[in-house]
Ligand binder design. Structure first.
Ligand SMILES: [Zn+2]
Length: 342
């Protein structure tokens, strides 16, 4: 047996761009992100875990579909995005840069500073006013999920909110407004995120969007049948439009009815393997959904992020493959969206 030097997982992990594409921030207030605290993600945990970039998400919960509720959701999203942006002005030994373009994420890594990437979860906050999409992008948001749980004015969700009066499907996928919203997202260079959407919404968004769609936090149905996961044909659609699925660390998406403590990084890697085998290494990535429901027994918080790299290397993924999974694929799609914006 050849005892040549094996590539060191930790040294690779520390030198590549490592982007986690879905992390919830606390609202209205929470622990100081500059301190090591009770959250699964804060800046000290990112540094310890060699995580170079993180999508911080302004998530707005679904409520009744009134203009007043949509306005409130919009103002909450704006306030959350403002709070994310204000992190860059904090005087701290930990240097943070707000990154709203792919090149800025790469540059932050080269400069040894953390990249925080603003995002929006739930098109409910758009209401019927598409100029709000430009306002989100003006605050750096690089993607918006078309829905969360519950249908909204733009699109149908994979999880109808019966308690809010949702039927199984409302628009049959995208509404006319939702198609216009995607046009606006394309114009401002924002990615169309189909995590949480119905399957009809997803395939229609793939056709409608000029930039490749993404799912920033989903897993695969073949290994765990869940409404939030992607079927084989959905994975094929993502490949066909040159998009990306970011496998996520939500226990119930990884193993049927599982509790987080019963799920391991090896289960997470099984979903990576499946997606890579199905649609290729260029269309798969990594997310945690930390502080939004995601964590598993050996990826409990951002400080344990090297465990993902170690497991993937054990399975034969080399440096180039790890680079793609940990960010290069997502950055590629960001660049396409940026290039199409006017
Ligand atoms: Zn989500």
């Amino acid at each position: 047996m050849n005892d040549a030097i094996q590539p060191d997982a930790l040294s690779i992990h520390r030198t590549i761009v490592t982007l986690d594409t879905h992390i919830d921030i606390p609202w209205p207030t929470g622990p100081d992100p500059f301190q090591d605290g009770t959250r699964r993600v804060d800046l000290p945990k990112m540094i310890r875990g060699g995580l170079s970039a993180a999508c911080f998400v302004a998530y707005v919960p679904q409520t009744g579909r009134t203009p007043a509720a949509e306005d409130a959701a919009y103002h909450r999203a704006i306030a959350m995005l403002d709070q994310i942006n204000e992190m860059a002005a904090v005087d701290s030994p930990v240097v943070v840069r707000i990154a709203n373009r792919a090149d800025a994420i790469v540059a932050a890594k080269a400069d040894g500073v953390l990249a925080i990437v603003p995002c929006v979860e739930n098109g409910f906050a758009v209401g019927a006013d598409l100029t709000r999409i430009a306002a989100f992008r003006a605050r750096g948001a690089i993607y918006m999920t078309m829905t969360h749980n519950g249908h909204n004015a733009l699109a149908d969700s994979c999880n109808p909110r019966r308690d809010l009066g949702d039927r199984e499907a409302e628009h049959g996928g995208l509404s006319a407004l939702g198609r216009q919203a995607i046009g606006m997202m394309n114009r401002v260079g924002m990615l169309v995120d189909v995590a949480h959407t119905s399957r009809d919404t997803m395939v229609q968004a793939a056709e409608e969007s000029r930039s490749p769609i993404v799912s920033t936090h989903s897993c695969v149905s073949a290994l765990c049948d869940h409404s939030r996961n992607m079927t084989d044909w959905q994975l094929d659609v993502i490949r066909d439009v040159h998009g990306v699925i970011q496998i996520t660390a939500v226990a119930a998406f990884l193993k049927p009815n599982a509790r987080p403590e019963d799920v391991k990084v090896s289960d997470f890697a099984d979903h990576i393997d499946y997606a890579v085998n199905r649609i290729g290494i260029d269309h798969v990535g990594i997310s945690s959904d930390f502080d939004g429901g995601g964590w598993i027994s050996d990826w409990r918080d951002a400080s344990q992020s090297p465990n993902i790299t170690i497991e993937l290397m054990r399975r034969g993924y080399d440096r180039g493959a790890l680079e793609k999974l940990w960010g290069a694929n997502f950055l590629r799609v960001m660049r396409v969206a940026e290039g199409l914006s006017v």
